[in-house]
Design a protein around this ligand. Sequence first.
Ligand code: CA
Length: 372
Amino acid sequence: MKKIGRRDFIKKGSVTALAGSSAILLSCSPENKTEGPAVHTRKKYKWRIVTTWAPHFPVLGEGVDQFADWIKEMSEGRLSIQVYGANELVPAFESFEAVRSGVAQMSHGASYYWAGKVPAGQFFSTVPFGMNTQQMNAWLTGGGGLKLWEELYAPFDLIPFPAGNTGMQMGGWFNKMINSISDIQGLKMRIPGLGSKVINKAGGTGLATPGAEIYTNLERGVIDATEWIGPYHDYLKGFHKIARYYYYPGWHEPGTVLELTVNKSAFEGLPNDLQAIIRTAAARLNGQVLAEFNAKNGEYLTKLINEHNVNLQKFPDDVLSAFKNFSEEVIDDLVSSDAKAAKIYESYRNFRKQITGWEEVTTHVYDAAVKA
Ligand code: CA
């Protein structure tokens, strides 16, 4: 028996809802004469979302909690999503596989966590000296980036959505001054992804220490330096208590995109309106996470400086320039060993060139004028 579509229900909803009677419904919907009451169209879906964040992790985990609330509210309870923090259902770095296999229908994380499986995906989170947040949003939404991302994830039966951004990150916490690139030699630094390869090229050791272990490792000297996110999250970790210098800018993560992935068959099995609700909630999360990062980072940078006397340092220009050269080598290595990465990087690079031309006559001169 064919079910009454959601659209049919909406069309006749005002009559049926008031009447509460299948007799009235049938009299108003001649094409569905054999159907039962409208309640059959209100099928409920119970989904799971796994995340790479500790449960209710500030901004990111909290954002996913809200995302589930928005979807519940917009769908009037027809799509409810149970949120799982890292290790509550699956370990953090197994969430990609969990959504592929259907253990969960969704995950929230960042595409660079799957670099081992999908190296080209790193362009959809962040790369050292890559595009900033505003440029990434423009490329993904208006410059064809999202289409390339969808193509990349299609063989895994996953649909990606941009769903948050950390904004520009900080360079990290050090216990010695970085006066020249040779100061990186022998340095053990916690830094994930392609950034760690840059540190290796500079003669240091980049380590992907899990978030929960960074503080103890830095305190005990297992690592000499660490990056994390930005002033708000770094403050919560307490790094200012055990490290002397707080360096900027975060050249290795100039605007990390967070991703929502959805199991393709699960998504396609939803009625159109619930699919639209997921798209809308993802777009809201994308904007909200960035706004919260920026607002909180401004507040906590001031707090770190004024209340905790943090010694803020900018990486010297020649150090940044050396990091940049090593970053280009790291990107070349990635692109020359992976045809998908090469295709995506072509779009990325062309888009960046174009938008930079636009920014040179807008934000660049404006920022300089405001500062003068
Ligand atoms: Ca980071």
